[in-house]
Design a protein around this ligand. Structure first.
Ligand SMILES: O=C(O)[C@H](O)[C@@H](O)[C@H](O)[C@H](O)COP(=O)(O)O
Length: 260
């Protein structure tokens, strides 16, 4: 029988007049994804990236809908620095979110700080951490996160996947490393597209006038192939954008009214 290939679901863009409304809606969206995941398999797997994302998740603090003991948290990308270094994404999430909620620390999967001197080992070890959570790695199988949350940099990068970088073509490894990030710190590990694009849901968070041009390039001209445009979850995965009206000022791509 011939294989049926579905094209990816088109991105859904939610734009909000104020960031506080966005933050509250993003919390509702995450809790709905969490509920569906727990109902199906008793846990919720989520991957987080850095930038201003920790602050965007503040709507989860004190929210009774969040079942923290069912969360398994990974980092989409991480700077290769000790876990208490100000550049660490994990430190930012700990200070802003995880220290304020009852999540078991064993459910937060950080890079292994004993391997910072060997990037190959470090990224392999993080890939093994994923394999433990999601089953065996074989060529037909990728981890399927319930939700991956991303940001978009001023150059259109997402995770630590930068314009023109050779890692944009990585289709085998789940976790890769780079030593030449154009944005410091230079050394990072990052999920690759196969991991990002196999998630059940991927959501970008992008706010403010600094995103105006790039948001329009990424969504209105995906053929330009910017790293954020290459996020296209395979069917039946969904891609969402949570943006504010400022960031969406020049966007031609249609917006959808937020509803769960
Ligand atoms: O990797 C990094 O060095 C950055 O932290 C970066 O990836 C960040 O996530 C984006 O620039 C979006 O961040 P904002 O949403 O805060 O603009």
């Amino acid at each position: 029988m011939a294989a049926v290939h579905h094209s990816p679901n088109p991105p859904i863009v939610y734009s909000f007049p104020f960031v506080d409304k966005l933050v509250a809606s993003l919390a509702e969206f995450i809790i709905k994804a969490q509920r569906e995941s727990i109902d199906k398999k008793g846990k919720f797997t989520i991957a987080l990236s850095g930038g201003s994302l920790p602050n965007a998740l503040k709507g989860l603090i004190g929210n009774p809908g969040v079942k923290w003991d069912k969360w398994q948290v990974f980092y989409v990308d991480e700077r290769v620095v000790p876990l208490d270094n100000p550049d660490s994404n994990h430190l930012a999430f700990t200070e802003i979110l995880f220290s304020k909620v009852p999540i078991p620390t064993s459910h937060i999967h950080t890079l292994d700080p004993s391997l910072l001197d060997d990037l190959e080992e470090l990224s392999d070890a993080y890939e093994k951490e994923l394999i433990k959570e999601f089953a065996q790695k074989d060529s037909a199988r990728f981890p399927v996160f319930d939700l991956i949350l991303l940001g978009m940099g001023p150059d259109g990068h997402t995770a630590s996947l930068f314009p023109g970088h050779e890692l944009l073509a990585e289709d085998d490894r789940w976790v890769a490393y780079l030593e030449d990030s154009p944005k410091p710190p230079a050394k990072r590990i990052t999920f690759t597209y196969p991991v990002i694009n196999h998630a059940a849901r991927v959501a970008f968070f992008a706010v403010g006038e600094g995103k105006v041009e790039m948001l329009s390039s990424v969504l209105d001209k995906p053929e330009e192939g910017l790293p954020s445009s290459r996020v296209k979850p395979v069917y039946p995965g969904h891609l969402y954008w949570f943006v504010d009206d400022q960031a969406a000022a020049k966007l031609e791509y249609p917006k959808t009214a937020f509803k769960l």
